[in-house]
Design a protein around this ligand. Sequence first.
Ligand SMILES: Cc1cc2nc3c(=O)[nH]c(=O)nc-3n(C[C@H](O)[C@H](O)[C@H](O)COP(=O)(O)OP(=O)(O)OC[C@H]3O[C@@H](n4cnc5c(N)ncnc54)[C@H](O)[C@@H]3O)c2cc1C
Length: 384
Amino acid sequence: MQLLESAEQREIRAAVRSIVASYSHDWYVKRARDGLKVGELWEAIGESGFIGVNLPEEYGGGGMGIQELSIVAEELAAAGSPLLMLIVSPAICGTVIARFGTDEQKERWLPGLATGKTKMAFAITEPDAGSNSHNIATTGRRDGDDWILTGTKYYCSGADEADALLVVARTGIDEATGRARLSLFIVETPNAHLQMTVIPVEVTAPEKQFTLFFDDVRVPSTGLLGEADDGLRQIFFGLNPERIMSAAVSNGIGRFALDRGARYGKERQVWGAPIGTHQGLAHPLAESYVHVELARLMTSKAAWMYDTGLDAGEASNMAKFAAADAAIEALDRAIQIHGGNGMSTEYGLADAWGFARVLKIAPVSREMVLNYVSQHSLGLPRSY
Ligand SMILES: Cc1cc2nc3c(=O)[nH]c(=O)nc-3n(C[C@H](O)[C@H](O)[C@H](O)COP(=O)(O)OP(=O)(O)OC[C@H]3O[C@@H](n4cnc5c(N)ncnc54)[C@H](O)[C@@H]3O)c2cc1C
């Protein structure tokens, strides 16, 4: 593993940083609070080739990997403009389509996903199936050559701005285990039989979350991704990129918070010296810096393992865990060093709390990561 980034990776980092510098955190927050999108930023990143940097070159992508896409995600978040759709559209949907899609599906979807002109949302979570995907109740049943989807998904990010949804549905039962057989469907939107209702959440982000009601939504056979009943394997292929990308966003939020915290620590004087002089404030920030850097290292390792074709399950889970914890800790400490200003709108820190906090829950919760590590890394008995 290359511990230091290549010249090309450093260039991507610098280029994204320079693009996002034109869009301030205040602008991002105002847009999100006004219920508006940040299309200009998305387009600027897309036009520079960074949204599909991980997708195959033959379909208009950059032909690189999750390492490079996670650099893009981290830099956006470090500038105070994290983009959830970057996790969902190119990292999950693009990866899975590139790996399992038919030639027709790749030609139909990948060029748009690569430029960012097309967006795809990912719908797996249901009211009774979050951590436990085996409980998925949304069904896909055959009707001639078509499929009919029925059921409810929730917390689907960006469904309103997506051109299509990648939907996980139950298409059968495995007789041996009694578990659901899952399949993935690409559902184009809007659809008269698909209703979307926004879920109000305390996350300041331009992407909203939706409950989706599939009332016998008809999907042509071209909408079935790969083989029927092969969905679990397909999803697993997209989950590590999702975890690595989430870790990258957390790392960016951690850097964003530490940057603001350190800046304030140098400027603010209460007892005649900058407050950053006091170790009671400096050490927590320094400790968080260590934690964020460790998380970044594990994130790089996970992304490298994934791109190299190695089993990246453990590293992706651990990166996601470490990064989410480090980000929320850094943010809390950056707020603390700001005193009352930490809670002000003007200083632009407290608004990031919801985003940073959600990354301890989604896309996989810290408890489920600890379950994974207990079972797979330590060989302990499965508890559930
Ligand atoms: C802002 C936001 C955006 C989201 N975007 C999307 C999206 O785009 N697409 C999508 O499909 N979903 C999305 N989600 C959903 C997210 O992936 C789920 O919330 C997450 O997977 C957890 O599932 P759950 O909420 O059902 O929690 P539950 O599964 O109900 O878990 C509740 C609590 O119990 C714990 N728990 C559960 N099982 C165990 C166990 N065996 N051992 C120990 N603890 C356990 C969990 O860790 C958690 O703390 C989003 C959620 C949010 C908040």
